[in-house]
Ligand binder design. Sequence first.
Ligand code: SF4
Length: 218
Amino acid sequence: MGDLRIVHPITVPNAAVPAAEVVPALQGLVNAVVEAAEMGKAISCRKGCGACCRQLVPVSRTEGERLLQVVEAMPAERREVLKARFAAAEAAIEGGGLTERRGRSDRELSTAYFALGVPCPFLEDESCSIHPERPLVCREYLVTSPAALCAGPKQEGVTPVAVPKVSMAARRLQDEKDDWFPLAMLMAWARTRSRKVERRTGPEWVQRFLKRMSSASS
Ligand code: SF4
């Protein structure tokens, strides 16, 4: 993987399971890649700095399913709070006309989304309330530039750490219509998602992931 050499044990169920069951193993793998990439660098990201949590966070179907499980396991009152936040985020994104790409490039879409200032529904006191379960792409985003720059409208001067985007391999791990959806649209996505559950053994899912990783980097 570029100049990085990662040795990381992966533990997954041997039984045939839905893809979401192997997400913890993928999280561990991404953590290992990020740790190697950030080694020796002065990272500015700190708990309580959530400027980047207003960016468009692309999430794959597999991660979306895992996040729904995480929300489902929360106490009812906490789920209600999240439900309200997701509804507010959806309204803002719809109001901003950003539920469809409409010919925009990824960059244009990201800039327009950030301009809306929609906080991630999981953001609390400017910190991630699901930190151990946060999406893979959130783990891969670290900067070495002053934290204040992250709040700029175009994030000018922000210097992200060059972390290999392993998270991309989670896209289309299953049979899915779209590569990704915005994390803030998790509940909207859940309402129309496919309920067809594909089961494979843990090692089979990981092999698919690794194959997608190597084809993305070749
Ligand atoms: S999941 Fe957590 S880290 Fe990712 S954008 Fe939301 S609050 Fe931030």
